[in-house]
Design a protein around this ligand. Sequence first.
Ligand code: ZN
Ligand code: MN
Length: 448
Amino acid sequence: MLNNQKYIAIIGLEVHVELKTASKMFCGCPADYFGHEPNTHCCPVCLGLPGALPVPNKKAVEWCILLGLALGCQIPELSKFDRKNYFYPDLPKGYQISQYDMPFCVNGELRVKSGEMDKKIRIRRVHMEEDTGKLIHTTDGTLVDFNRSGVPLVEIVTEPDIHSGEEAKIYLQKLQQIVRYLGISDADMEKGSMRLEPNISLKLKGLGSDTQLPDYKVEVKNINSFKFVEKAINFEIERQESLLIKGEKITQETRGWSEQKGETLPQRSKEEAKDYRYFPEPDIPPIKLEKTQILEIKNQIPELPDAKLVRFMKEYGLGEYDANILTTSLQAADFYEESIKYSASSIKYKNTQPKTIANWIINKKVDIERTSPEELLEAIQQKNNMSGITDEELEKIIEKVIQDNAKAVTDYKSGKEQALMFLVGQVLRETKGKADPAQIKNKLSSLI
Ligand code: ZN
Ligand code: MN
């Protein structure tokens, strides 16, 4: 955190997402490399052998555009691939096929909401490229596995609209959620199918216009969880601040996050675009997209999390808190709606309310992968039969207790935990001991 509020943090994010297409980006090799025998999913194209010609994967291009459209981007009529030249042993060709000045998607935005925060992060571009091989360091030396080489990779770049580690984390969670809703990637940070690099710099508050950026930035790599991204950014903000306060200049560089040390460490000085000597990929002609093609892709966008949340609130009478939990993953949302459909179409479970089903999934932490809608509805019915009080009745009582005990509610909100126990007691009394105290406690804290 910034100590004296003299500086404002300017943060941009680059995220790489591996697409789960059947084949790689420019050849027919299988794209699922994870856990396979090294160097078994390769051919002359993805090994970069001389004379091999790349052919773009149509599905991957469509999915890149699908993501761009879901992020509100414009899709220029004309795009092209470029060569990004640099030398590294995991890159057999000596260049990566990427996109430079004519990416598939530009100028989008993503709305992020959490607590008090509700803002839009502008998306500068979403482009298509290929993944590199993987280096495996052993005591005998370094080995290279090219199974990952040429796997379709989408890069999503924001404008520097992020101002804290927390904002970065929330943006990333939202992006991951959308990618998963689209079904184009597992976006798993531990497996490396979603990788992120924040770039961070500080600027004196009130100096220059809002659009004027600092003359340096520090990129941080090697971050493989949402928790670490927040920590790494906060560490970097403090480090830069203490240097600036001492009047020192900050070096433009790439640093790596060390979880063991809880700090970022210098890796190398940061390249500028000109160091990559980008030039158009001569083996792939520019790609022209017809309006009808773009429209066809747009029609494939499913209902996205924000829209689903609003619909759940309206259609099933859920509060925002519950609707948010149920739409976190598409699997949970689908399970919920399947359970509602099942109950509506059966005689036995017809009277089970959507709200009750939601409460059960959330409060009982139902394992949706191992439970069928029928099993869930049966469990709800048995519980109701046993306790003699339905969830609706219980909820009404809880709402009444909240209304009648304004003082205890305020006490609890201001941090007095005992006040919650008092309220639980009131509910228990009203229900004549028919409801489960743990369930009451859960419901109370979600309703207050
Ligand atoms: Zn190949
Ligand atoms: Mn990239």
